[in-house]
Design a protein around this ligand. Structure first.
Ligand code: HEM
Length: 508
């Protein structure tokens, strides 16, 4: 945008934004007699339009640019205490970070009855509900829908995705995929390629796994030399581009709401490509289902087949969201678990012993996964947008505020877990009388899959995929880490800074 256009834009927007600030200011003056007004919550000061963004300017701002949400939570907690306000910038909602689990629990629980609000990415919401309205026509998917549209969708898909029977049903096919993946990792193990591309390889496995559950067929992601223009590779790239572009568009000042910026144009192109590519896979699944000459038992049907029996458009959207929300999340969680096992060899040995039992119960495996998610959740914080007034921690929190629970930060605090920074799966298994027993901690501190009726719909699937893969891998392979401690970067979701210093050897 040239300076002239920018000047014209600001002249037009400034009065609107100032008027908006005055309205918000007046609304926030209201408070119950004993509660202090919202505006008096400690936090970063704001400037008109740009909000508190100047505090994040590297070298100048009071907070600077932080690599991870964990670091940002820490700085704000140390500066302001257990309740921190950040005003929204460029017409975005204000945010409050609550560091006391009782406080965000109070809000989350009272917001949780029918359709709790969790704002999706503004660009994706705009894309689905405005720009491509005719394609989506009221079926916006779990990540973007709100209110009764979300409730209706979720009610339809819950049974197919959350059934406990999932485990029995999909374990054999996931075992096949895990076997192929271990063979591929064993082939690549001495290749320096893995130092920069382990995440890509693990994402190919997670896409192959979610596709087989969601669509009922294998995509071939684990084939050698998967070309860049293979649809599976395109899907992986789309989901990563969406994360990176959303980060730039949602967390930094951007004028995309007023002017089609270059990142905005890129993300729209990527949304189109992701939708068209996944639609091809979904069409293929539909063709196979319709072409089948015999009926198959209900319990043997893939998720899309079960959903197609209920509602065609919901089935298509859910399959699309599984291919979007179900790949990088699982991949990061798996890599984080591998890192914890590699850097805690005794835990790895103990886990291998359990895996090699004739009939393993997977108790230690599940504890390892829980502990890894406590330390390295892929989503560092939870979020709800208030739909009514709340009075919490002595302050008024009005309707329309984003309430953030900094779960990763809280989960690493010694006040919540003894030896909080250590990887100790035993804490999830020991008796109540043991000081490290996880139940001594507030139940809202560690929420890697979110909270209540709006929590992650892919949880069971994700846990199953990871457990099956780790069992197969550790049975055959010993994993070590030969490098400095890993660093986390938050770009919407958490990821590890490369390179990866894993070493894979034959396990004895
Ligand atoms: C270890 C892997 C995963 C983690 C840690 C994870 C975590 C999360 C979290 C924290 C939320 C927000 C929940 C809330 O606001 O309360 C969420 C929502 C969601 N996840 Fe996952 N997720 C994972 C895997 C998956 C998979 C495999 C799928 C695909 C089936 C998936 C699909 C979704 C969807 C569609 C939502 C939105 C749910 C709604 O609003 O109703 N996730 N996930």
């Amino acid at each position: 945008m040239c300076l002239y256009t920018m000047g014209k834009f600001l002249m037009k927007r400034l009065p609107i934004e100032l008027e908006r600030s005055i309205i918000i200011h007046n609304v926030m003056r209201y408070s119950s007699s004993s509660s202090k007004p919202f505006e008096s919550i400690p936090g970063l000061s704001s400037l008109p339009i740009i909000g508190p963004i100047h505090h994040f300017i590297p070298g100048i701002g009071s907070v600077g640019l932080r690599a991870s949400f964990f670091e940002l939570s820490k700085v704000l907690f140390e500066k302001y205490g257990s309740i921190v306000k950040l005003d929204g910038l460029l017409a975005r909602a204000s945010m409050v970070i609550l560091y006391e689990p009782d406080h965000f629990e109070q809000i989350y629980r009272s917001e949780d009855s029918v359709a709790p609000s969790r704002p999706g990415f503004d660009t994706l919401v705009y894309y689905r509900t405005k720009l491509r309205k005719s394609t989506y026509d009221g079926v916006y998917g779990l990540t973007t829908a709100e209110g009764m549209q979300w409730r209706d969708f979720r009610t339809k898909v819950n049974p197919a995705l959350l059934k406990p029977k999932l485990v029995k049903l999909y374990t054999p096919v996931l075992e096949e995929i895990a076997k192929d993946m271990v063979a591929r990792l064993t082939m690549l193990k001495n290749d320096t390629y893995l130092q920069e591309n382990l995440d890509l390889e693990i994402t190919k496995w997670s896409l192959e796994s979610i596709a087989v559950i969601g669509l009922g067929s294998r995509l071939g992601c684990l084939e050698d030399n998967l070309s860049e223009d293979h649809p599976a590779r395109i899907l992986i790239k789309c989901s990563q581009d969406i994360i990176n572009l959303s980060w730039k568009l949602e967390f930094f000042p951007s004028l995309w709401k007023y002017y089609p910026t270059s990142n905005y144009k890129k993300i729209i192109k990527t949304f189109d490509l992701q939708w068209d590519t996944s639609a091809k896979f979904i069409e293929e699944a539909r063709r196979i289902i319709n072409g089948r000459e015999h009926n198959i038992p209900e319990e043997d049907k893939s998720i899309i087949e079960k959903l197609l029996d209920i509602d065609d458009r919901v089935a298509t959207m859910m399959a699309n969201e599984m291919l979007l929300a179900g790949i990088d999340t699982v991949a990061f969680t798996t890599v984080a678990l591998l890192y914890n096992l590699a850097t805690n060899p005794k835990v790895q040995d103990k886990l291998r012993e359990e895996i090699r039992l004739p009939e393993p119960k997977n108790r230690y495996l599940k504890a390892c996964l829980k502990e890894s998610l406590r330390l390295y959740p892929v989503i560092p914080a939870n979020l709800r947008r208030t739909t009514k007034d709340h009075f919490v921690a002595g302050y008024h929190i009005p309707k329309g505020v984003d309430v953030i629970a900094p779960n990763e930060f809280l989960s690493r605090m010694d006040k919540n877990y003894p030896r909080a920074s250590e990887f100790i799966p035993e804490r999830w298994l020991v008796e109540k009388s043991d000081p490290i027993y996880y139940g001594n901690c507030h139940p809202m501190v560690t929420l890697p899959f979110g909270f209540g009726v709006r929590s992650c719909i892919g949880r069971r699937i994700a846990e199953l995929e990871i457990e099956v893969f780790i069992k197969r891998l550790l049975n055959d392979v010993k994993v070590t880490w030969e490098g400095p401690p890993v660093q986390v970067i938050s770009r919407v979701m958490n990821s590890f800074k490369k390179p990866y210093y894993f070493k894979f050897e034959t396990a004895h």
